[in-house]
Design a protein around this ligand. Structure first.
Ligand code: ZN
Ligand code: ZN
Ligand code: ZN
Length: 547
């Protein structure tokens, strides 16, 4: 929810993400979860033997045990992450999935794949009226059923998650080992390292050479990997059974000057940081590629919707958007999975949501237009039936005038945008003050359940989590959760992640009955969205047992 609508974390257009947080600033700060995961800084002492690194260039070393992360590092989040069920990347769309293929070899660590592969033939690509290409069901799907999954065509772990997640398979675990050469990439073991080497080698020596000045955006890093993958793997991949990367929409004709300029900045960064290992197509082709990535990239998020990285899932990108989606995309490592959250009948189009669905119709469509170049005509957008509740005005003896309401909505949007920027350079106490002042001011006109109030409460909760003020975070979370459940669809990752945060906060504060209740609410949603055997659910169940 950092961003108005996109759940996506950093905006794809947010191309320059400073790598070094300004001291004392809340660089993105999404923080909470880690504190409860038990993912602690690694002990200094463990040293893994250096392992031979097959295929590595001379000098590339083996793995070493991870060094402890810098203090506070575990809690930092990239600034942009959005948080919604749909999760997202900055600017990236987040749908995704692909068709299952029984013959596909499981990728080494996607041993995470556990459910029976979805039946091939249950889905087809078709021409969706008014929407271009789309995905359609050929049979009935029940709520919670897996429609298909899609391994990442390529993926990149967020810099802030290094050391707590494997750079190759995105597994979250302790005791990862680091690349002996750059000492900045971390892996489960040599196998993950080896598999990731064709991608990591684009950055390994460059990170050493540039030192503190190495700071390409995640979009640039992802795009470099696409170019490398297209070279090494020109034939169709298992991620492209329905839609190939080459077929991605670019919406080139709709880019305004500002977007074109941002793309030129990305191209300059690509040349600057990656030229040693790559040959590039000409500028025009690169503009198209970046535009394609901006409209078709996904952000990968964890169970609390913290940003983990960015990826390309071509088959998942085939799905069109609806604000009343019938599927949700979740992730197991770098595998995207698509499950039904409503019953789907044969012949029905399969829709996911590209954006955070908290906001009213006008805001959602502004976001869709800006990032994906279309407006939505779903039932929610046509009837606007949730807008009244989402923009709820306080009941006062003298109701505010229409002008006063309009002015307050304008104020709210400005505060949200200003806060998004302020997160990059203000201190936590300054940020909390912005939240409190704006909540006071808006509270004169808006009900507590108004989405603009909820947005600022969510930001305040994030700041409290960042500063480890668990009581403060809990207070905000408790005000957010009920209206959240009303505004979002029945199965929502935003709602599940809020229950999860509340449950973990209650547990940390020794209120076990409330913690159990909240964690069970999270599990109920996640069993449908993530599948009953997802590792996140096992972890939460373990938290329930341990307490
Ligand atoms: Zn791994
Ligand atoms: Zn390295
Ligand atoms: Zn809509």
């Amino acid at each position: 929810m950092d961003q108005m609508i996109l759940k996506v974390s950093s905006s794809l257009y947010d191309s320059v993400v400073p790598r070094q947080p300004v001291p004392g600033s809340l660089l993105a700060a999404w923080l909470p979860s880690r504190a409860f995961h038990g993912v602690q800084p690694r002990p200094h002492s463990t040293v893994f033997p250096t392992l031979p690194f097959p295929g590595a260039p001379p000098g590339a070393a083996g793995l070493r045990a991870a060094a402890p992360r810098p203090p506070g590092g575990g809690a930092r989040r990239r600034p942009c992450h959005r948080a919604g069920p749909g999760r997202g990347l900055p600017g990236c769309r987040r749908p995704g999935s692909r068709f299952p293929q029984r013959s596909r070899l499981p990728s080494p660590r996607s041993g995470m794949r556990s459910e029976a592969a979805p039946q091939p033939g249950g889905l087809e690509r078709f021409a969706s009226p008014g929407k271009g290409r789309g995905l359609r069901a050929l049979r009935r799907y029940a709520v919670g059923e897996l429609l298909f999954d899609c391994p990442a065509y390529t993926a990149v772990l967020a810099v802030g998650e290094r050391g707590s997640h494997c750079d190759g398979c995105f597994a979250r675990k302790e005791g990862l080992s680091k690349c002996g050469r750059c000492k900045q990439a971390f892996y489960c073991d040599v196998e993950c390292q080896k598999e990731d080497w064709p991608m990591h080698k684009l950055e390994c020596s460059a990170m050493c050479a540039f030192g503190q000045n190495w700071n390409p955006s995640e979009t640039v890093r992802l795009t470099a990997r696409i170019l490398a993958k297209q070279k090494t793997h020109p034939e169709k991949t298992q991620s492209e059974e329905l839609l190939a990367v080459k077929e991605f929409e670019s919406h080139l004709d709709k880019l305004d000057n500002e977007k074109r300029e941002l793309i030129q900045n990305d191209i300059a960064a690509l040349h600057h940081f990656y030229s040693k290992h790559m040959e590039f197509p000409d500028n025009a082709a690169l503009v198209v590629l970046f535009a394609q990535v901006n409209c078709n990239g996904f952000t990968i998020e964890d169970e609390e919707l913290s940003h983990l990285g960015s990826a390309i899932f071509p088959d998942v990108a085939l799905m069109n958007h609806s604000c009343c989606p019938n599927v949700i995309v979740t992730y197991k490592g770098t595998l995207a999975e698509v499950r039904a959250v409503r019953e789907i009948e044969p012949g029905e189009e399969v829709f996911t949501s590209y954006i955070d669905l908290l906001y009213p119709t006008e805001d959602r469509n502004e976001r869709l237009k800006d990032s994906y170049f279309f407006s939505c005509d779903c039932r929610e957008c046509t009837t606007k039936e949730k807008d009244g509740e989402k923009l709820k005005i306080r009941k006062l003896n003298e109701p505010p005038s229409a002008d006063a309401v309009r002015d307050m909505i304008r104020y709210a949007r400005n505060v949200i945008e200003g806060f998004r920027r302020a997160k990059h350079y203000k201190s936590p106490s300054e940020l909390l003050e912005i939240c409190e002042l704006s909540l006071d001011k808006m509270g004169a006109v808006f009900e507590d359940s108004n989405v603009y109030m909820l947005h600022m409460m969510y930001q305040a909760m994030g700041v409290c989590l960042y500063t480890q003020d668990w009581e403060g975070a809990l207070r905000y979370g408790q005000k957010i959760i009920r209206p959240y459940s009303q505004h979002y669809p029945a199965y929502s990752l935003n709602v599940a992640s809020m229950w999860l945060k509340l449950g973990r906060l209650h547990m940390a504060l020794e209120n076990r009955p409330a913690g159990v209740k909240a964690l069970k609410r999270a599990i109920a949603i996640m069993e449908v969205a993530h599948g009953k055997d997802h590792p996140y659910i096992s972890e939460i169940k373990k938290e329930l047992e341990d307490h």
